[in-house]
Ligand binder design. Structure first.
Ligand code: PLP
Length: 237
């Protein structure tokens, strides 16, 4: 409990410091706590520190936690790969989806969003580090996808999400995030409502904030290293 609060303070301080170095206001950057593999109790503890927004990658695990924590007012973000047969539960139980990379998934989320809920907030995931990565829309296809998704009634297109290849050099981290920012700016000419850049994780949050991140997605720096059941510690995603 005390350790979680310490880590939370430390991440908050890192965000404030990165904002100061970038000449940005700390309120411009939202901390998304990535709680995949973490228990509902850990999420509850972090909520007592003041954290409200949580990100999850695996649907069933997320639904169990959402149910166990229904007494709290939390904001749930889906950030993992999406199969078409999972869209209904995502549309029903989440407030944000960061990992939309094709029209078929966006259409289903829009159709399946319950009418009594606000539009589902969407970030398009862009494939920024090249051919090898399986997820994300190719940059060349982004403008057409953004235009089509922006027209879907059940969705509110908010911006872009990117997961660059791991990179330790801060200048190279920044160069990659600068390209994502450039892609958002290009889209904003036609879609001025776009206001979100979801980029930056535990190892590169300062570089992401320097290049305009508005949501940083932080797991390890808040909760410690993840341990996946039935896999070796080195095979985790
Ligand atoms: C796991 C994950 C994170 C958090 O990564 P850390 O390095 O643990 O901070 C952020 N974004 C996505 C999409 C993830 O899957």
């Amino acid at each position: 409990m005390i350790m979680l609060a310490d880590k939370y303070d430390s991440v908050r301080r890192q965000i404030v410091e990165a904002c100061e170095n970038a000449g940005r206001a700390p309120e411009e950057v939202q901390l998304l706590a990535v709680s995949k593999t973490r228990t509902a109790d850990e999420v509850r503890q972090l909520h007592t520190c003041g954290q409200v927004a949580f990100g999850e990658n695996y649907l069933q695990e997320a639904l169990d936690k959402i149910e166990a924590l229904a007494d709290l007012e939390l904001c749930w973000h889906f950030i993992g790969p999406i199969q078409s047969n999972k869209t209904r539960a995502i549309a029903e139980h989440f407030d944000w989806v960061h990992s939309v990379d094709r029209l078929k998934i966006a259409r289903r989320l829009s159709e399946q969003r319950p009418a009594d809920k606000a539009a589902l907030n969407i970030c398009l995931q862009v494939n920024i580090s090249g051919e090898d990565s399986k997820s994300g829309c190719a940059p060349a296809e982004l403008p057409a996808l953004a235009r089509q998704v922006a027209a879907l009634p059940g969705l509110a297109l908010r911006g872009l999400m990117a997961i660059p290849e791991p990179e330790t050099d801060p200048d190279r981290q920044r160069a990659t995030f600068a390209r994502v920012r450039g892609q958002l700016e290009a889209l904003q000419a036609e879609l001025p409502q776009l206001d979100t850049l979801s980029m930056g994780m535990s190892g590169d949050l300062a570089a992401a904030i320097a290049e305009g991140a508005t949501i940083v997605r932080i797991g390890t720096a808040l909760f410690g290293p993840r341990h996946y059941p039935n896999t070796s510690p080195n095979s985790q995603a």
